[in-house]
Design a protein around this ligand. Structure first.
Ligand code: SF4
Length: 441
């Protein structure tokens, strides 16, 4: 059989990356080999993200570029997938001619069948229906050779309807995989050499809500920690309103659970949090941070913040800055608010100008850089356990690993350390990484 080549361009979050990996696994069964060069491909998939306007623009400009390949090769199949495909459906065909396939987030498992139909009949296909079952999440993605870390989706969708967010409309209602399916997948990953798993979901804290027999996120973490070969467990993302005391206690009681939590706060102003429909107040968020730090003093805390949400006054913005000063996050992903069609926030009054948003973001990021640098400097002379992931990007003589608190450390060492847990003494804290000296394995 002649080799057929597949090229996938992925935009957006880790969930999308994982979806693309699943697409590659499914298409390998019908003879497609993944390549890194679109020129060579017989099938091109663009896996899109719709969370931010910028990602949407990038996806369409990439689609336009790839369409030129189709002019040279009419047999080339081009598919548009992911959140944006889910959102636009058939409109993609009228916006860009010659797209063969548009399919949404619940139709990944149908990919081989859809591609076979296109090959036979050269027809255009659009599949954006939601399914009431989790098919796609149960597709096993073998880790690439030598890979020590893997992502495991434990749920899909979201029921929260934050006012700025399109995810509930594009990924459907929240559904959790069964603990049995998740544990089977992690056992397989462990047999392939994986040592660290990151559990993925839009809101992992509410895992199990739709399952019978009382499964919840805490019981899942405890079962995963019993799997031989898995040394480290992480998870993302957590919704502050669903972060329970029981889960907080896991950071001190489950040794394999790494001391890091990504807990998006989005704003430090109660009136903005209310407009965002986040379901907690600044005071409640601060209490959870105190609780986390008293249960696990070494925990690193990262967050997401949006500036310039409609109605955000200078006073609201200042409250966010004050909250950041109180908490001193380890790092923050910060963004200017961008309007998404169909969300509740689109109808809100009090739009903040681009200039104001830019200015607020700049100040906020400067403050966060100061906090990150201080936090990293505080780690100097401490001993940190690293899982060595590979060579450092900075130097041939250096290796790179991550601390349990999710910080990158570069240190002198050889490739024989890859996959090992080693202890290093931190000699220097920089803004984006740490420097260390290995003291033992
Ligand atoms: S929790 Fe809110 S921000 Fe996160 S995916 Fe759900 S709706 Fe979007």
């Amino acid at each position: 059989m002649k080799n057929k080549y597949l090229y996938i361009e992925t935009f957006g979050c880790q969930m999308n990356v994982h979806d693309s990996e699943q697409m590659a696994v499914l298409l390998a069964d019908i003879g497609y080999k993944l390549v890194e060069n679109s020129q060579k491909a017989d099938l091109i998939l663009i896996n899109t993200c719709s969370i931010r306007e910028k990602a949407e623009q990038k996806a369409f400009s990439e689609l336009g570029r790839l369409m030129k390949l189709k002019e040279k090769n009419p047999n080339l199949i081009i598919g548009f997938a992911g959140c944006l495909a889910q959102h636009l459906g058939v409109k993609v065909h009228s916006r860009v001619k010659n797209v063969d396939l548009v399919f949404g987030t619940h139709n990944i498992h149908r990919l081989p069948e859809m591609i076979t139909d296109i090959q036979k009949e050269r027809k255009k296909i659009t599949r954006i229906d939601f399914s009431s079952k989790i098919y796609s999440l149960n597709i096993f993605v073998p880790p690439s050779e030598g890979s020590l870390c893997a992502f495991v989706s434990i749920m899909q969708g979201c029921d929260n309807y934050c006012a700025y967010c399109v995810v509930p409309y594009l990924r459907g209602p929240e559904m959790s995989r069964t603990p049995g399916d998740i544990l089977d997948e992690i056992q397989k990953l462990s047999r392939c050499g994986v040592k660290e798993v990151t559990l993925l979901g839009q809101n992992v804290n509410s895992y199990g809500k739709n399952l019978k027999h009382g499964s919840n996120f805490v019981s899942l973490i405890k079962k995963i920690s019993d799997i031989d070969g898995i040394d480290r467990i992480r998870f993302t993302t957590s919704h502050p309103k669903d972060l329970s005391d029981e889960l907080i206690d896991c950071f001190s009681r489950v040794p394999k659970l790494c001391e890091h939590i990504h807990l998006p706060v989005q704003s430090g102003s109660n009136s903005i949090l209310k407009l965002m429909n986040r379901g907690y107040s600044t005071e409640e968020y601060l209490r959870k941070i105190d609780r986390l730090r008293s249960s696990c003093p070494k925990i690193s805390i990262t967050s997401d913040i949006i500036v310039g949400f409609p109605g955000e006054t200078q006073k609201d913005y200042q409250e966010t800055i004050d909250m950041m000063e109180k908490i001193r996050f380890d790092s923050v992903f910060s963004f200017k608010y961008s309007e998404r069609k169909g969300t509740a926030a689109q109808k809100l009054q009090g739009k903040v100008t681009e200039t104001e948003k830019r200015q607020r973001l700049k100040e906020l990021q400067a403050l966060q850089d100061r906090h990150t640098q201080e936090k990293n400097t505080e780690l100097e002379e401490s001993v940190q356990e690293l899982l060595v992931e590979g060579r450092s990007k900075n130097s041939e003589q250096d290796m790179m690993g991550r601390t349990r608190s999710w910080k990158i450390v570069n240190f002198k060492g050889g490739p024989e350390l890859i996959g090992k847990l080693v202890n290093v003494e931190i000699t220097r804290g920089y803004l984006h990484s740490l420097r260390g000296k290995m003291i033992d394995r």
